[in-house]
Design a binder for this molecule. Structure first.
Ligand code: PHE
Length: 343
């Protein structure tokens, strides 16, 4: 019996099935209910107690070896089968991972910044909660000016000497910039601003601006016009026409509003331009000498121009968005229409 076990052990060790059928045959042959191991245990019963002592151990070892060998081979076949049966086509390109899209206001804001950066403007940012001095008085707003009124401004603190409010424009950043240094200044100020307006398709209580400031020696209205003309050609394409209409702002003199030929109908007349062919996109002007002086800048030596635009308006003229509220609702069906980025 010992020699028989030795021979079987050698066979088991040398067994390398080519397929699952051969492995099954192996199982039946050795481990099956009528298999060789069962047989050996039968024979074992009729051996002498003397033999039992040594054979028992040998027989058990052989049984364990065979079972282990079988299990190992079975596992190997199973994993091979699951791999080969898988219906994943490994040659297909990977699935895109959607990381969302940029907000349209941010896309346009970045575009505006890029254009002015190429002209040598830097980006300046500052606080949204401002005091009266930086939002109004340094900017030459007369004390009784209606923009200071509760109707337009969200006041946080009314203290009678330097009220605190949510900024109504980013001109406040211009003041802070001029206070902190001396010309030349050439910067744009993007940021969120707040005005107390009833929310509708055409107005909101907050919106976004990019303002700009250029102060140096000999800065003229011609520089202003050329800079803004160039900006519009870059943003809306060559051939976009501009016109300047006289206007009034407390902090600029002279002041103007700039219209461009309607980007939607190209001047033919449409809803966007109210059939006039022109749309207003920004306010601008030469910085009032009072403002320069209020900020510690010699108005005899320096002149400058400033401008300010609403990003929402600029965006509307690119994407024709009819309801301002869409910008702040964060509805993915709206947002997803703007350049989904896939990595
Ligand atoms: N601050 C003005 C506004 O918010 C825009 C502006 C800026 C106009 C600079 C002229 C010069 O409406």
């Amino acid at each position: 019996m010992q020699t028989q076990i030795d021979q079987y052990t050698a066979e088991v060790n040398a067994f390398h099935p080519a397929n699952a059928d051969e492995l099954e045959a192996f199982r039946i042959k050795y481990l099956g209910t009528k298999g060789l191991i069962k047989d050996l245990f039968e024979q074992f019963k009729s051996t002498t107690p003397e033999e039992k002592r040594t054979l028992g151990k040998v027989l058990n070892q052989f049984k364990q070896l065979t079972e282990a060998r079988y299990n190992e081979l079975k596992e190997r076949f199973e994993s091979e089968v699951s791999n080969s049966k898988s219906d994943i086509d490994l040659t297909l390109p990977g699935e895109g991972f959607t990381v969302g899209s940029r907000h349209p206001l941010q896309l346009v804001r970045n575009e505006i910044i890029d254009i002015f950066k190429r002209l040598g403007f830097v980006v300046a940012e500052d606080r949204e909660i401002e005091d009266d001095r930086h939002n109004f008085s340094a900017l030459n707003f007369p004390p009784e000016h209606p923009a200071r009124d509760m109707q337009d401004t969200f006041f946080i603190e009314k203290n009678g000497h330097n009220d605190v409010a949510l900024r109504t424009h980013t001109s406040s950043v211009q003041v802070r910039m001029m206070e902190q240094g001396q010309p030349p200044f050439r910067a744009i100020m993007p940021g969120r601003v707040y005005r107390n307006e009833a929310i509708s398709a055409r107005a909101h209580c907050f919106f976004h601006q990019v303002e700009g400031l250029y102060v140096d020696e000999n800065v003229s209205f011609a520089d202003l016009k050329q800079t803004l003309f160039h900006f519009v050609q870059e943003l809306y394409g060559d051939g976009t026409q501009v016109r300047f209409r006289p206007s009034y702002f407390p902090f600029t003199e002279p002041s103007a509003e700039m219209d461009i030929s309607c980007t939607i109908c190209k001047g033919a007349g449409c809803n966007m331009c109210k059939y006039s062919g022109w749309v207003e996109i920004l306010g601008c002007g030469m910085v009032d000498p009072n403002v320069l002086e209020n900020c510690g800048i010699d108005s005899e030596k320096y002149t400058g121009f400033a401008f300010g635009m609403g990003i929402e308006r600029i965006t509307n003229l690119k994407y024709v968005i009819r309801d301002l509220r869409l910008f702040s609702e964060n509805d993915v069906r709206f947002l997803r229409q703007f350049k989904t980025e896939v990595i």
